[in-house]
Ligand binder design. Structure first.
Ligand SMILES: Nc1ncnc2c1ncn2[C@@H]1O[C@H](COP(=O)(O)OP(=O)(O)OP(=O)(O)O)[C@@H](O)[C@H]1O
Ligand SMILES: [Mg+2]
Length: 458
């Protein structure tokens, strides 16, 4: 892997020098550090492999190793040690060391280990990239996730895809993957070679919508100067995806019900019954049962659609899938932006798994995209993700201690006050802005003896 960046960490200049010379000759980019502290600074800027002396003057090797791995699990670390005890070797492996080399070492051997280790990660990355590029756009693999909720949804989708079932209802909050599920269903069914037609039920006035769905005859209404086939007719043999079905106007709900029950329809202004074979996949982020109760959605249509309901779980209920989703989108945007981001630091991942994701996977995708556009590092860190993707990101590295120092208590107080004022003294929201929980913000309100001066916003 030429162009790989290797960091040589050793406090003995002669050892550093011999390794650096050798690895440069082999064609690598080589950086060096005499202390653990400097090593960690250099790692933050992105490296592929670290040759790490176990005995450093400032921080012990295992701690440095652990910190590197926390920052970026993909970095390979080879430990250099004078005498390896079994305990140390075991501990090093546990912390993710790739290998260790005994001092005094043979340069050829170390060089070979480096080459082998880099080759392994290169292959691993290639396989990942290949898998991403070859995954058909709408194969089942496109639905990322291995938690029980997603596994169940995928199993159900698979069953339904290969079944003759003619109606499916997809429910779930915005951004949970209803569109994606509809396409995966279609492209993995016997209907895949026939059209997938997609319409948003709230987009058009009733008359226009009706003619979109069912078509019209020439002269059916002013302006209908030629016959037009509707979506159901065009999609014959395929799938019609009715998005936002909860917003369909009542008049059309009746016509759709008739179509679902009889598989026939008339074009607007037409007299003949037309028969087609389409699977109708309807989607909604509303609670249709509630809509029925409120009298906004026909009960009979609801039961007709609800024969095969598939509920997409919200992202906050499947936080275990977040690392895989992040990895998936890092791969996607690496290809799209021609970048070589390695992934997300452990801290940032913890933060991502704590976020409630009201916008679900769409919000997560946007957060990763944004972080990858803006970052200059090779690993995405906490500072690259702003809470809820807000425009004003405070990049932690950018906050600089003024030369004269500052009063930390005062700064804290001011930030707490700002958060409370911005949220109209909503303690939960203010706490979220500061990455605190309610108890922590309450403690600070008391500590600073803060009192609300303006009336409550609501
Ligand atoms: N399991 C998943 N794995 C990978 N990507 C996903 C997954 N689920 C959803 N996505 C992606 O998240 C984004 C939002 O998904 P989608 O558009 O299907 O949501 P939706 O439920 O239709 O939302 P809305 O109700 O707002 O229309 C898309 O880019 C989609 O590809
Ligand atoms: Mg959608």
């Amino acid at each position: 892997m030429p162009n790989a960046t290797i960091l040589v960490v050793d406090d003995e200049p002669l050892i550093r020098w011999s390794l650096v010379e050798r690895l440069r000759t082999d064609g690598y980019d080589v950086a060096e550090a005499p202390t653990g502290k400097e090593a960690l600074q250099r790692v933050a800027a992105g490296v592929d492999l670290v040759l790490l002396d176990y005995k450093l003057p400032d921080i012990d090797g295992v701690t440095v190793l652990r910190t590197i791995k926390e920052h970026d699990p993909d970095v390979i670390v080879i430990l250099l040690t004078a005498h390896v005890s079994v305990d140390l070797a075991v501990e090093a492996m546990k912390q993710g060391a790739y290998h260790y080399a005994n001092k005094p070492f043979n340069l050829d051997e170390v060089a070979m280990q480096v080459e082998k280790a880099l080759e392994t990660t290169r292959l691993r990355r290639e396989v990942r990239a290949l898998r991403a590029s070859q995954a058909q756009p709408y194969s089942f693999d496109r639905i990322v996730g291995e938690g029980p909720a997603v596994v169940a949804v995928k199993a159900l989708l698979k069953k339904v895809a290969s079944s003759p079932a003619s109606t499916v209802l997809l429910t779930g909050e915005s951004g949970t993957g209803k569109d994606l599920a509809a396409k995966v269903l279609h492209y993995n069914s016997a209907r895949a070679a026939k059209p997938f037609m997609n319409i948003t039920c709230s987009a058009l006035p009733e008359a226009l919508m009706e003619s979109e769905l069912f078509g019209h005859e020439r002269g059916a209404f002013t302006g209908a100067d030629r016959q037009k086939r509707g979506l159901f007719e065009v999609a014959d043999g395929g799938t019609v995806f009715l998005d936002e079905i909860g917003e369909m106007v009542p008049g059309l709900q009746a016509k759709l019900l008739r179509f679902l029950e009889e598989k026939t329809f008339k074009r607007v202004g037409g007299a003949v019954d037309i028969k087609v074979d389409v699977r109708v996949v309807a989607a909604t982020n509303r609670n249709l049962q509630e809509e029925v109760k409120q009298g906004r959605f026909r009960e009979d249509l609801f039961y007709r659609l609800n024969v095969l309901p598939i509920a997409q779980p919200p992202l906050r209920d499947r936080v275990d899938d977040i690392p895989r989703l992040v990895e998936f989108y890092v791969d996607v945007y690496n290809t799209e932006f021609k970048k070589r981001i390695r992934g997300v630091s452990a801290d940032a991942m913890t933060q991502l798994q704590r976020h409630p994701w009201p916008g679900n996977i769409r919000e997560l995708r946007n957060a990763v995209e944004r972080a990858m556009l803006l970052t200059e590092e090779q690993t995405l860190g906490v500072g690259d993700f702003s809470p809820a993707g807000a425009a004003a990101t405070l990049r932690l590295g950018a906050v600089e201690l003024p030369p004269a120092g500052l009063d930390l208590e005062q700064l804290e107080r001011s930030l707490v006050v700002q958060a409370l004022e911005r949220t109209g003294w909503n303690q939960t929201k203010a706490a979220t802005l500061l990455g605190l929980n309610r108890d922590q913000i309450r403690y600070r309100i008391e500590k600073f003896e803060l009192e609300r001066t303006s009336p409550a916003k609501n």
